[in-house]
Write a protein that binds this ligand. Structure first.
Ligand SMILES: [Zn+2]
Length: 216
């Protein structure tokens, strides 16, 4: 595997596109491979439907979206949606994450913010922090937010702005591929996704940008 890969670790299929989609597409255009680790299948989104059917649907959507933004590889860990915090206590799962980081040797890691209000997101942010300490990971770890579009601008942490002017339309198309999330996530979040890209763009001098803050 090339030394220049970038890794995204997120809880649910669609977090990677909402949080980092324009950046993944920008890296893909530069031929930088992006490895995405999705911890759960997001199967809690459709509790009335059989688990297997929901998983198949969400994996299919996620693969289509990953392909569109240009992720090199998407790995599903298969943890149970909404129970990620408990399951991350498993030494076997922690080991798997360590091994994936050591295998792909990303130069940058993107993951959830430690103060994200979603318990699954927060649990992953804390775990990535713990594991990168343990394995003495040298690269920067950046956080993205899903539901708090304004909060990030208040933080006193170094920020990374990525110009997504050329890839923002790909991001929007990828977000819309999550048909199963249309009413509970896509429709309510689209205005935030657009507003956030414009405001991050204004601060960084681009038409559209994604903003991340450096955890370490
Ligand atoms: Zn999520």
């Amino acid at each position: 595997m090339t030394k220049r890969s970038v890794m995204v670790l997120c809880a649910h299929p669609d977090d990677e596109v909402i949080g980092v989609g324009g950046t993944i597409a920008a890296y893909a255009k530069k031929k930088i491979p992006v490895i995405t680790i999705v911890f759960s299948y997001g199967e809690a989104s459709h509790p009335w439907q059989k688990r297997k059917a929901t998983i198949e649907m969400r994996v299919k959507e996620s693969k289509m979206a990953s392909k569109l933004v240009g992720s090199k590889k998407t790995i599903f860990l298969g943890l149970t949606d909404t129970k990620i915090k408990q399951q991350l206590k498993s030494r076997r799962i922690q080991k798997r994450i360590e091994e994936l980081i050591q295998k792909y040797k990303p130069v940058k890691i993107f993951t959830h913010a430690q103060d994200d209000p979603h318990p699954d997101h927060k649990a992953i942010a804390n775990m990535v922090d713990k594991i990168t300490d343990k394995i003495k990971y040298k690269g920067p770890v950046y956080a993205f937010e899903i539901w708090n579009p304004v909060n990030i601008m208040k933080r006193e942490m170094p920020r990374l702005y990525v110009d997504i002017t050329k890839t923002f339309s790909i991001k929007l198309k990828a977000v819309k591929l999550f048909r199963s999330q249309y009413y509970n996530a896509v429709i309510p979040m689209l205005p935030f996704i657009i507003a956030k890209a414009i405001s991050a763009g204004m601060v960084s001098g681009h038409k559209f940008a994604e903003v991340f803050y450096k955890v370490k």
